[in-house]
Ligand binder design. Structure first.
Ligand code: ADP
Ligand code: MG
Length: 226
């Protein structure tokens, strides 16, 4: 099996004054390419901490992170930002859309920031809005959309730059069952039809059960349970 990202012996300790919290105590996690991996664990077990480290948004206290043969754990902030822009897409529990911009503008934003021409950025954004089933909402602002629709715009925005790896932190956590199922189906489809790699934190065990792999975090360490 080939891996899109390999985390080796990752530790993360938070220090607040004299108090040290050892959240990750030696995590090994290899993410298979073109597959959907769920990360599960109790609240406070370190799922978000791990996801931030996998996405280079946080630096591990120790350990390695191998992406395309290179250890990226200790790159400069500038190089990490470039790597994220080129290769990684993020989706969070809260959509983080810009409320004054339309669904289309929100979706196109990462491309515009990356310097893609307006014409091309909007064309690609339209394609991705259609893929998430929101072609008819391109001109709506987030305030005019339902929670599930907003989350689908957030997914379109993450996908638009065509990242190799999508990292999602409880992307269905704020949604009712029906919307959660729709959003999950979208991730499934992406993995199957576009061979994207997805790592998704979830506490919904029925959704986790539909992923290709389940990685469970407990007491600062983790293991694949399937
Ligand atoms: P989960 O996502 O599994 O609920 P988190 O990764 O958010 O867990 O948090 C794991 C633990 O790390 C918690 O005890 C939390 O309080 C602590 N923690 C997370 N981020 C920080 C931080 N920036 N500073 C101090 N402690 C933190
Ligand atoms: Mg969390």
């Amino acid at each position: 099996m080939s891996y899109i990202l390999e985390a080796k012996n990752i530790t993360r300790t938070f220090k607040e004054g004299r108090i040290e919290t050892r959240v990750l105590r030696g995590v090994d996690l290899s993410l298979p390419e073109g597959q959907l991996t769920a990360v599960v664990g109790k609240s406070g077990s370190g799922k978000s901490t791990l996801l931030h480290i996998l996405g280079t948004l946080d630096t591990p206290t120790s350990g390695e992170l191998i992406f395309k043969g290179e250890n990226i754990a200790r790159l400069s902030e500038r190089k990490k930002a470039a790597l994220r822009g080129q290769h990684l897409g993020f989706v969070y529990q809260f959509h983080h859309l810009l409320m004054d911009f339309t669904a289309l503008e929100n979706t196109a934003m990462p491309l515009l920031i990356a310097g893609v021409s307006r014409a091309e950025a909007f064309e690609r954004a339209r394609d991705y809005l259609a893929k998430v089933g929101l072609a008819d909402k391109a001109d709506s602002r987030p305030g005019e959309l339902s929670g599930g629709q907003r989350q689908r715009v957030a997914i379109a925005r993450a996908l638009c730059p065509q990242p190799d790896l999508i990292l999602a932190d409880e992307p269905t956590g704020n949604l009712d069952e029906e919307n959660a199922a729709q959003v999950f189906a979208l991730f499934e489809e992406l993995v199957r039809t576009e061979q994207r790699s997805v790592v998704m934190v979830t506490h919904d065990l029925s959704l986790a059960g539909r992923c290709d792999h389940i990685y469970t975090l407990e007491n600062g360490r983790g293991s694949f349970t399937c």
